[in-house]
Design a protein around this ligand. Sequence first.
Ligand SMILES: [Zn+2]
Ligand SMILES: [Zn+2]
Length: 239
Amino acid sequence: MLELRWNPILKQWTIVATHRQNRIYKPPKDYCPLCPTKRGGLPTEVPDEDFDIVVFENKFPSLQKGLSEIKEVESEFFNHGKAQGICEVVLFTSEHNVVMSREPLSRYIKLVKVWRDRYQELGQKEFIDYVYIFENKGEEVGVTLEHPHGQIYAYPFIPPIIERELASSKEHLHKKKECLFCRFIREEKSDGRRIITSNDSFTAFIPFFARYAYEVHIYANKHLPSFNDFSEIEEIDLA
Ligand SMILES: [Zn+2]
Ligand SMILES: [Zn+2]
């Protein structure tokens, strides 16, 4: 069963997916489903013997495309919705043991290009309201596969935190006639104490209101709303 359920108290959708319980936990030793398929070896997610960067749809997604309509009669109070969306996996490299921070800049530039491509393609679909590109790492956060990879969730709704961010930036624009994010990065730069590094296009800093140690935010120096607005120089500078 896979569906959206509306929580009228928090005013947000919850994705209810029962099939995720059945996903593989730890694969057998030496078998990685994200490595290229070796000649004569067990087939993996990638049928080729080598690759650079690969994107494929998640086998155990929390969101799926092409779902049928929810048949259950909706009560006046409990609302269901279709968990219509797309989950993708991005393999950063074919090398299982690579430490990404030691990879050359060229790999990161390719990765940013892949992110942009997926952001644009998924974001254009009429049932997608938000594209979330992320990476979780380590068993502690439930990542069962070691192979360097990230994920992309294309949501059929705007997640609540993003909705709040949009609401406050709208409010700020209305009241102060300026972009909230541009103002924020300007303030951080003029304070300067929390800036970690910067280049022509981006600045990395620990925000004034950080909740975690090592919480780093990366902001564009100029008003740059999304991946759709990137130039090639910004791809390189983000990498
Ligand atoms: Zn692997
Ligand atoms: Zn701005």
